[in-house]
Design a protein around this ligand. Structure first.
Ligand SMILES: [Zn+2]
Length: 391
Protein backbone atom coordinates (compact mmCIF):
# COMPACT_ATOMS: atom_id res chain seq x y z
CA UNK A 1 0.00 0.00 0.00
CA UNK A 2 1.53 3.33 -1.00
CA UNK A 3 2.23 5.92 1.70
CA UNK A 4 -0.56 8.19 0.47
CA UNK A 5 -3.24 5.60 1.31
CA UNK A 6 -2.75 5.92 5.05
CA UNK A 7 -3.03 9.51 6.27
CA UNK A 8 -0.53 10.82 8.82
CA UNK A 9 -3.35 11.49 11.23
CA UNK A 10 -4.00 7.75 11.49
CA UNK A 11 -0.88 7.43 13.65
CA UNK A 12 -2.02 8.36 17.16
CA UNK A 13 -0.09 11.03 19.09
CA UNK A 14 -0.35 9.18 22.34
CA UNK A 15 0.14 5.43 22.06
CA UNK A 16 -0.89 4.91 25.66
CA UNK A 17 -4.58 5.63 25.17
CA UNK A 18 -4.77 3.41 22.09
CA UNK A 19 -2.88 0.41 23.40
CA UNK A 20 -5.11 -2.64 23.26
CA UNK A 21 -4.55 -5.44 25.78
CA UNK A 22 -3.70 -8.58 23.82
CA UNK A 23 -4.48 -11.16 26.44
CA UNK A 24 -4.89 -11.32 30.18
CA UNK A 25 -1.46 -12.83 30.80
CA UNK A 26 0.42 -9.86 29.50
CA UNK A 27 1.62 -7.51 32.16
CA UNK A 28 2.74 -3.97 32.37
CA UNK A 29 6.34 -3.37 33.28
CA UNK A 30 5.85 -1.70 36.68
CA UNK A 31 4.93 -5.15 38.06
CA UNK A 32 7.73 -6.99 39.85
CA UNK A 33 9.71 -3.72 40.29
CA UNK A 34 11.07 -4.09 36.79
CA UNK A 35 10.33 -0.57 35.65
CA UNK A 36 13.51 1.08 37.02
CA UNK A 37 15.78 -1.60 35.61
CA UNK A 38 13.88 -1.58 32.36
CA UNK A 39 14.02 2.15 31.76
CA UNK A 40 17.76 2.28 32.52
CA UNK A 41 18.96 -0.67 30.52
CA UNK A 42 16.25 -1.29 27.94
CA UNK A 43 18.40 -0.15 25.00
CA UNK A 44 21.09 -2.67 25.94
CA UNK A 45 18.68 -5.58 25.46
CA UNK A 46 19.76 -5.71 21.80
CA UNK A 47 23.24 -6.79 23.00
CA UNK A 48 22.06 -9.97 24.75
CA UNK A 49 22.11 -12.35 21.76
CA UNK A 50 25.27 -11.05 20.04
CA UNK A 51 27.18 -10.85 23.35
CA UNK A 52 26.11 -14.36 24.38
CA UNK A 53 27.35 -15.67 21.04
CA UNK A 54 30.61 -13.75 21.35
CA UNK A 55 31.14 -15.09 24.89
CA UNK A 56 30.59 -18.65 23.64
CA UNK A 57 33.18 -18.26 20.88
CA UNK A 58 35.74 -16.51 23.14
CA UNK A 59 35.31 -19.17 25.85
CA UNK A 60 36.08 -21.97 23.40
CA UNK A 61 38.84 -20.22 21.47
CA UNK A 62 40.76 -18.31 24.14
CA UNK A 63 39.76 -19.56 27.61
CA UNK A 64 39.25 -23.33 27.23
CA UNK A 65 41.29 -23.41 24.00
CA UNK A 66 39.19 -26.45 23.05
CA UNK A 67 35.65 -27.19 21.82
CA UNK A 68 33.15 -26.72 24.66
CA UNK A 69 31.31 -29.62 26.26
CA UNK A 70 27.71 -30.47 25.36
CA UNK A 71 26.54 -29.09 28.75
CA UNK A 72 28.40 -25.78 28.22
CA UNK A 73 26.83 -25.51 24.77
CA UNK A 74 23.39 -25.92 26.35
CA UNK A 75 24.15 -23.33 29.06
CA UNK A 76 24.99 -20.74 26.40
CA UNK A 77 21.51 -21.15 24.89
CA UNK A 78 19.79 -20.12 28.16
CA UNK A 79 19.65 -16.36 27.37
CA UNK A 80 17.88 -17.19 24.10
CA UNK A 81 15.19 -19.30 25.79
CA UNK A 82 14.83 -16.66 28.50
CA UNK A 83 14.13 -13.92 25.95
CA UNK A 84 11.69 -16.23 24.16
CA UNK A 85 9.76 -16.92 27.38
CA UNK A 86 9.79 -13.23 28.31
CA UNK A 87 8.47 -12.41 24.84
CA UNK A 88 5.68 -14.97 25.33
CA UNK A 89 4.43 -13.02 28.34
CA UNK A 90 5.11 -9.89 26.36
CA UNK A 91 5.14 -6.84 28.64
CA UNK A 92 3.71 -3.96 26.67
CA UNK A 93 5.44 -0.77 25.66
CA UNK A 94 3.93 2.38 27.10
CA UNK A 95 6.42 5.01 25.98
CA UNK A 96 6.84 6.54 22.56
CA UNK A 97 10.09 8.02 21.21
CA UNK A 98 13.10 8.05 23.56
CA UNK A 99 14.27 11.47 24.66
CA UNK A 100 16.56 10.37 27.52
CA UNK A 101 19.64 9.77 25.41
CA UNK A 102 21.50 11.61 22.67
CA UNK A 103 21.90 10.28 19.13
CA UNK A 104 25.56 9.66 20.05
CA UNK A 105 24.46 7.02 22.56
CA UNK A 106 22.32 5.24 20.00
CA UNK A 107 25.00 5.43 17.30
CA UNK A 108 27.50 3.96 19.76
CA UNK A 109 25.13 0.98 20.24
CA UNK A 110 24.98 0.51 16.47
CA UNK A 111 28.81 0.62 16.24
CA UNK A 112 29.18 -1.96 19.01
CA UNK A 113 26.60 -4.24 17.36
CA UNK A 114 28.39 -3.91 14.02
CA UNK A 115 31.76 -4.88 15.49
CA UNK A 116 30.24 -7.84 17.36
CA UNK A 117 28.50 -9.17 14.23
CA UNK A 118 31.77 -9.18 12.25
CA UNK A 119 33.64 -10.68 15.22
CA UNK A 120 31.04 -13.42 15.68
CA UNK A 121 31.20 -14.51 12.06
CA UNK A 122 35.00 -14.51 11.87
CA UNK A 123 35.57 -16.13 15.28
CA UNK A 124 33.03 -18.78 14.27
CA UNK A 125 35.34 -19.73 11.37
CA UNK A 126 38.30 -20.11 13.75
CA UNK A 127 36.12 -22.12 16.12
CA UNK A 128 35.03 -24.56 13.39
CA UNK A 129 38.69 -25.00 12.38
CA UNK A 130 39.40 -25.95 16.04
CA UNK A 131 37.07 -28.97 15.96
CA UNK A 132 38.64 -32.42 15.74
CA UNK A 133 37.13 -35.48 14.06
CA UNK A 134 39.78 -38.15 14.76
CA UNK A 135 37.93 -40.14 17.48
CA UNK A 136 34.30 -40.96 18.25
CA UNK A 137 34.34 -38.71 21.34
CA UNK A 138 35.86 -35.80 19.43
CA UNK A 139 33.35 -36.27 16.64
CA UNK A 140 30.43 -36.18 19.11
CA UNK A 141 31.76 -33.01 20.73
CA UNK A 142 32.40 -31.57 17.28
CA UNK A 143 28.83 -32.27 16.19
CA UNK A 144 27.39 -30.74 19.38
CA UNK A 145 29.47 -27.61 18.77
CA UNK A 146 28.33 -27.34 15.16
CA UNK A 147 24.72 -27.45 16.41
CA UNK A 148 25.60 -24.86 19.07
CA UNK A 149 27.20 -22.61 16.43
CA UNK A 150 24.22 -22.99 14.12
CA UNK A 151 21.89 -22.00 16.94
CA UNK A 152 23.94 -19.15 18.44
CA UNK A 153 25.58 -17.54 15.40
CA UNK A 154 22.56 -18.11 13.12
CA UNK A 155 20.10 -16.63 15.62
CA UNK A 156 22.39 -13.72 16.44
CA UNK A 157 22.96 -12.95 12.74
CA UNK A 158 19.19 -13.10 12.15
CA UNK A 159 18.04 -11.10 15.17
CA UNK A 160 20.95 -8.66 15.37
CA UNK A 161 23.14 -8.62 12.22
CA UNK A 162 20.30 -8.31 9.69
CA UNK A 163 18.14 -6.08 11.90
CA UNK A 164 21.11 -3.76 12.37
CA UNK A 165 21.80 -3.82 8.61
CA UNK A 166 18.16 -2.86 8.03
CA UNK A 167 18.58 0.19 10.28
CA UNK A 168 21.81 1.23 8.55
CA UNK A 169 20.65 0.86 4.93
CA UNK A 170 17.85 3.32 5.72
CA UNK A 171 20.34 6.00 6.87
CA UNK A 172 21.20 8.80 4.43
CA UNK A 173 24.90 8.71 5.39
CA UNK A 174 26.95 6.70 2.85
CA UNK A 175 29.25 5.32 5.57
CA UNK A 176 26.36 3.82 7.53
CA UNK A 177 24.84 2.49 4.31
CA UNK A 178 28.09 0.78 3.32
CA UNK A 179 28.36 -0.78 6.79
CA UNK A 180 24.77 -2.05 6.36
CA UNK A 181 25.63 -3.58 2.98
CA UNK A 182 28.75 -5.27 4.38
CA UNK A 183 26.71 -6.66 7.27
CA UNK A 184 24.30 -8.15 4.74
CA UNK A 185 27.29 -9.81 3.03
CA UNK A 186 27.90 -11.71 6.30
CA UNK A 187 24.53 -13.42 5.69
CA UNK A 188 24.93 -13.64 1.91
CA UNK A 189 21.92 -11.38 1.32
CA UNK A 190 23.30 -8.07 0.05
CA UNK A 191 20.64 -7.77 -2.70
CA UNK A 192 18.09 -7.32 0.14
CA UNK A 193 18.99 -3.58 0.05
CA UNK A 194 17.45 -3.17 -3.41
CA UNK A 195 14.49 -5.47 -2.87
CA UNK A 196 13.62 -3.94 0.48
CA UNK A 197 14.09 -0.23 -0.15
CA UNK A 198 13.07 -0.06 -3.80
CA UNK A 199 10.60 -2.94 -3.95
CA UNK A 200 9.00 -3.34 -0.53
CA UNK A 201 8.91 0.25 0.72
CA UNK A 202 7.64 1.76 -2.53
CA UNK A 203 5.11 -0.95 -3.40
CA UNK A 204 3.91 -2.12 0.01
CA UNK A 205 0.69 -4.12 -0.23
CA UNK A 206 0.52 -3.75 -4.04
CA UNK A 207 0.80 -6.74 -6.42
CA UNK A 208 4.37 -5.61 -7.29
CA UNK A 209 5.53 -6.09 -3.70
CA UNK A 210 6.71 -9.66 -3.48
CA UNK A 211 7.52 -9.22 0.23
CA UNK A 212 3.83 -8.96 1.23
CA UNK A 213 2.61 -12.45 2.18
CA UNK A 214 -0.77 -13.20 0.65
CA UNK A 215 -3.87 -14.24 2.56
CA UNK A 216 -3.76 -18.04 2.93
CA UNK A 217 -0.09 -18.27 1.93
CA UNK A 218 1.94 -20.64 4.10
CA UNK A 219 5.43 -19.71 5.25
CA UNK A 220 6.79 -22.59 3.17
CA UNK A 221 5.20 -21.19 0.00
CA UNK A 222 6.21 -17.64 0.88
CA UNK A 223 9.84 -18.72 1.42
CA UNK A 224 9.92 -20.58 -1.92
CA UNK A 225 8.43 -17.57 -3.69
CA UNK A 226 10.66 -14.88 -2.27
CA UNK A 227 14.05 -16.58 -1.87
CA UNK A 228 14.69 -16.55 -5.62
CA UNK A 229 12.09 -13.83 -6.28
CA UNK A 230 14.01 -11.24 -4.23
CA UNK A 231 17.15 -11.85 -6.23
CA UNK A 232 15.34 -11.69 -9.56
CA UNK A 233 13.67 -8.43 -8.56
CA UNK A 234 16.95 -6.85 -7.39
CA UNK A 235 18.78 -7.95 -10.53
CA UNK A 236 16.11 -6.59 -12.89
CA UNK A 237 15.72 -3.37 -10.94
CA UNK A 238 19.46 -2.66 -10.93
CA UNK A 239 19.80 -3.50 -14.63
CA UNK A 240 17.11 -0.94 -15.43
CA UNK A 241 18.65 1.67 -13.12
CA UNK A 242 22.14 1.26 -14.57
CA UNK A 243 20.79 1.31 -18.14
CA UNK A 244 18.99 4.57 -17.39
CA UNK A 245 22.27 6.15 -16.24
CA UNK A 246 23.24 6.22 -19.89
CA UNK A 247 26.85 5.64 -19.06
CA UNK A 248 28.85 3.33 -21.31
CA UNK A 249 31.72 3.10 -18.79
CA UNK A 250 31.88 0.12 -16.45
CA UNK A 251 28.08 -0.40 -16.42
CA UNK A 252 28.38 -3.75 -14.72
CA UNK A 253 30.44 -2.38 -11.83
CA UNK A 254 27.80 0.27 -11.13
CA UNK A 255 25.27 -2.49 -10.60
CA UNK A 256 24.86 -2.84 -6.81
CA UNK A 257 23.78 -6.47 -7.06
CA UNK A 258 26.99 -7.28 -8.97
CA UNK A 259 28.99 -5.44 -6.31
CA UNK A 260 27.30 -7.49 -3.58
CA UNK A 261 27.89 -10.80 -5.39
CA UNK A 262 31.55 -9.83 -5.93
CA UNK A 263 32.14 -9.14 -2.22
CA UNK A 264 30.26 -12.28 -1.15
CA UNK A 265 32.17 -14.47 -3.62
CA UNK A 266 35.56 -13.09 -2.55
CA UNK A 267 34.54 -13.65 1.08
CA UNK A 268 33.54 -17.26 0.41
CA UNK A 269 36.74 -18.02 -1.53
CA UNK A 270 38.81 -16.50 1.30
CA UNK A 271 36.94 -18.65 3.86
CA UNK A 272 37.44 -21.88 1.87
CA UNK A 273 41.11 -21.07 1.33
CA UNK A 274 41.92 -20.03 4.89
CA UNK A 275 39.51 -22.03 7.08
CA UNK A 276 38.44 -24.94 4.85
CA UNK A 277 35.19 -26.38 3.52
CA UNK A 278 33.51 -27.09 6.86
CA UNK A 279 33.95 -23.45 7.93
CA UNK A 280 32.55 -22.33 4.56
CA UNK A 281 29.56 -24.67 5.02
CA UNK A 282 28.89 -23.27 8.52
CA UNK A 283 29.20 -19.71 7.18
CA UNK A 284 26.51 -20.43 4.59
CA UNK A 285 24.42 -22.39 7.11
CA UNK A 286 24.32 -19.55 9.66
CA UNK A 287 23.46 -17.17 6.78
CA UNK A 288 20.55 -19.43 5.77
CA UNK A 289 19.28 -19.59 9.38
CA UNK A 290 19.55 -15.79 9.71
CA UNK A 291 17.71 -15.09 6.45
CA UNK A 292 14.93 -17.54 7.42
CA UNK A 293 14.44 -15.49 10.61
CA UNK A 294 14.31 -12.25 8.61
CA UNK A 295 11.81 -13.67 6.14
CA UNK A 296 9.59 -15.11 8.87
CA UNK A 297 9.39 -11.56 10.25
CA UNK A 298 8.61 -10.12 6.81
CA UNK A 299 5.97 -12.82 6.43
CA UNK A 300 3.97 -12.03 9.58
CA UNK A 301 4.48 -8.27 9.37
CA UNK A 302 2.20 -7.99 6.30
CA UNK A 303 0.38 -11.33 6.01
CA UNK A 304 -3.03 -11.00 4.31
CA UNK A 305 -2.80 -7.23 3.86
CA UNK A 306 -2.42 -7.17 0.08
CA UNK A 307 -4.67 -4.64 -1.69
CA UNK A 308 -5.95 -3.23 1.61
CA UNK A 309 -8.63 -5.94 1.69
CA UNK A 310 -9.07 -5.70 5.49
CA UNK A 311 -8.77 -1.93 5.73
CA UNK A 312 -6.08 0.68 5.50
CA UNK A 313 -2.95 -0.27 7.36
CA UNK A 314 0.78 -0.53 6.81
CA UNK A 315 1.21 -3.77 8.74
CA UNK A 316 0.56 -5.88 11.81
CA UNK A 317 0.83 -4.26 15.23
CA UNK A 318 3.21 -5.56 17.90
CA UNK A 319 3.19 -3.89 21.33
CA UNK A 320 5.86 -6.19 22.81
CA UNK A 321 8.41 -4.34 24.93
CA UNK A 322 10.97 -7.13 24.55
CA UNK A 323 10.67 -7.15 20.76
CA UNK A 324 10.99 -3.39 20.49
CA UNK A 325 14.24 -3.13 22.43
CA UNK A 326 15.87 -6.45 21.57
CA UNK A 327 15.26 -5.77 17.88
CA UNK A 328 16.12 -2.03 17.88
CA UNK A 329 12.66 -0.76 16.97
CA UNK A 330 11.87 -3.33 14.25
CA UNK A 331 8.51 -4.21 15.79
CA UNK A 332 7.21 -0.64 15.39
CA UNK A 333 6.71 -1.54 11.79
CA UNK A 334 3.80 0.73 10.95
CA UNK A 335 5.81 3.74 12.12
CA UNK A 336 8.75 2.54 10.03
CA UNK A 337 6.63 2.49 6.87
CA UNK A 338 5.18 5.86 7.82
CA UNK A 339 8.67 7.35 7.71
CA UNK A 340 11.46 5.01 6.65
CA UNK A 341 14.09 7.62 7.55
CA UNK A 342 13.18 7.65 11.26
CA UNK A 343 15.94 6.40 13.52
CA UNK A 344 15.15 3.18 15.37
CA UNK A 345 14.65 4.99 18.69
CA UNK A 346 12.33 7.60 17.14
CA UNK A 347 9.86 5.28 15.43
CA UNK A 348 6.42 5.81 17.01
CA UNK A 349 4.10 3.03 18.09
CA UNK A 350 0.82 2.75 16.23
CA UNK A 351 -2.09 0.37 16.77
CA UNK A 352 -3.64 1.10 13.37
CA UNK A 353 -3.57 -2.48 12.15
CA UNK A 354 -4.43 -6.06 13.14
CA UNK A 355 -2.77 -7.12 16.41
CA UNK A 356 -0.13 -9.83 16.82
CA UNK A 357 -0.84 -11.81 20.00
CA UNK A 358 2.86 -12.28 20.87
CA UNK A 359 6.17 -10.58 20.30
CA UNK A 360 8.41 -11.20 17.29
CA UNK A 361 10.44 -14.01 18.90
CA UNK A 362 7.39 -16.17 19.57
CA UNK A 363 5.79 -15.26 16.25
CA UNK A 364 8.95 -16.28 14.38
CA UNK A 365 8.66 -19.83 15.72
CA UNK A 366 4.88 -19.98 15.46
CA UNK A 367 4.71 -19.20 11.71
CA UNK A 368 7.37 -21.82 10.98
CA UNK A 369 6.34 -24.64 13.32
CA UNK A 370 2.54 -24.38 13.47
CA UNK A 371 1.58 -22.48 10.36
CA UNK A 372 -2.03 -23.72 10.18
CA UNK A 373 -2.80 -22.53 13.68
CA UNK A 374 -1.00 -19.21 12.97
CA UNK A 375 -3.16 -18.66 9.87
CA UNK A 376 -6.40 -19.36 11.79
CA UNK A 377 -5.42 -16.77 14.40
CA UNK A 378 -4.35 -14.29 11.71
CA UNK A 379 -7.67 -14.52 9.84
CA UNK A 380 -9.57 -13.94 13.13
CA UNK A 381 -7.45 -10.86 13.89
CA UNK A 382 -7.84 -9.49 10.36
CA UNK A 383 -11.62 -9.81 10.60
CA UNK A 384 -11.58 -8.15 14.01
CA UNK A 385 -9.53 -5.28 12.61
CA UNK A 386 -11.91 -4.96 9.66
CA UNK A 387 -14.91 -4.70 12.01
CA UNK A 388 -13.20 -2.19 14.32
CA UNK A 389 -14.36 1.42 13.94
CA UNK A 390 -11.93 3.77 12.16
CA UNK A 391 -10.51 6.64 14.25
ZN1 LIG B 1 12.61 -0.91 5.94
Amino acid sequence: MPASRVPNSSIPDSPVEHLTPVNQFKRDLPLFGLSVWASRFKHLLCLVFPLTTLSFLITGLFIEKAPLSIMTNLIFTVPFWSVLIADWFCPQEKAAADTQHSSLFFNAILCVLTVIQFLNVFLMLDYVALLRWDTVDNSLIGLANLIGIRFLVGTSSGTSGIVLAHELIHRENRGWQSAGRLLLCTVYYEHFVITHKRGHHLNLGMPDDIATAKLGESFKDYWRRIYIGYFKYAWQSERERVAALNSNKAGLLQNQVVQGIAVETVLLIAIVTHWGWLAAFMFLYQAWVAVRILEAVNYFQHWGLEDGQFGNTYGWVCPSWISRYALIGLSHHIGHHQDENSRFYEIPYSDQGPMLPYGYFVMNLWVKLFNDSYQKMAVRELEKYQRSPCD
